[in-house]
Design a protein around this ligand. Sequence first.
Ligand code: AMP
Length: 468
Amino acid sequence: MSENLYELLASRFPTDRSRPCFLLSDGRAISYGELEAGAAHVAGRLAAEGVQPGDRVALQAEKSAETIMAYLGVLKAGAVYLPLNSAYTQAEVDYFLGDAEPAVFVTDPPAWVAEARAHPPLATAVPRAADDLASLIYTSGTTGRSKGAMLSHGALAANALALHQAWGFTPDDVLLHALPIFHVHGLFVALHCALLSGCPMVWLPKFTDAEVLKGLERATVMMGVPTFYTRLLGNPEFTRERAVGVRVFICGSAPLLPSTFAEFEARTGQRILERYGMSEAVIITSNPLAGERLAGSVGYPLPGVELRIGGGADTGVIEIRGPSVFSGYWRMPDKTAEEFTADGFFITGDVGRRDPDGRVWISGRAKDLIISGGYNVYPKEVELVLDELPGVTESAVIGCPHPDFGEGVVAVVQGQGDEAAMIAEARRQLAAYKAPKRIVFVDELPRNAMGKVQKNLLRQRYERLFEA
Ligand code: AMP
């Protein structure tokens, strides 16, 4: 039997294909039938143009329903889908195109899909095996060259089925989709859950308060990054009544602050369901739908995922093995070998710990670990203390070159306060070597498109802070 992911998704489309898939902001809807036809024409076009199974098709464009027709058409044709962040510059795009060598590069999906309609639709999906490549996702690459994570049909299918089950999706759901679709969160996590349920999505090109507040009137599930939730909370129009029709708010791609979790619960009576994932494995752990969701914890490994803490201590680098883990980095066999253990676990680079019952807590990236005067400082531990102080919205703790200590602990704080008083308070609550030596106040912490604080930029910016 073919394991083409397209076949699995299409087998779950509603029998009545006139049912809506995309609910657009202008009031129009695009049906499952239209999605299916668009994908079939795209696949027909690719076949006519001689695109072979395994060839890459790259796409860089603004979010649209046609982009999803293109994505599904690429899968159906047996080719490999390579989405690129719409913010990438020409030089960045040149690197990805040079590395992935796609057969086709799409920049205007609506026009490209419209042209595809001139080609006869491809009736059946090109057969693929579970370990054949479905998609190539370049990691954000904050250090060194960006790497292409190879995700197979089997890996994406396994993760989609697990999430669909874990989060209790049904055909009666309506998913609010305001995420970008060049990243695993919007493209795989959110989209696949909706397609497997054959349910509609409130399809927003991006997050705006007004559109999301309106979308919540119809939605039953919302997926977002932490900044979506802080922005909603910043808007007084976001009330308990607005949230009442939503059965679950799901969050990930960056750590959700305990203060956001608490404020959200106070405002709506609902607990955000936080989960943890990455390009190399899609979703790894999730808080339970039915059981306890705890602030600051990313929950339990999904069924089939083996998760352990490397290094023998309580806290260490998370290692995982399971059906959704990627097949390696594109054309980087050495790098791939380095990041897997001898017994086949992927070394995630995230530092965390587990409770005796298996619940997982993440304390940051291994490369963000600070070594100050020979002592290890986990930034998260310091951030949790600072985030509770008056005037602090959010803090990011980094290590900066220091003449005596090697690295000195620096806190970059979004908010206001008195530097000396805050340092004194941190020293009261933490061992002296963990307390920041300097605190810098900023209006906004720099973030990437998924809301992750870019510590690499902060380290560059404050590189010379301790120079005499
Ligand atoms: P990306 O490959 O761009 O999706 O980035 C993956 C990284 O995001 C992970 O390795 C984690 O460092 C981080 N991440 C994702 N979800 C969470 C979460 N819920 N809590 C903390 N970090 C997260």
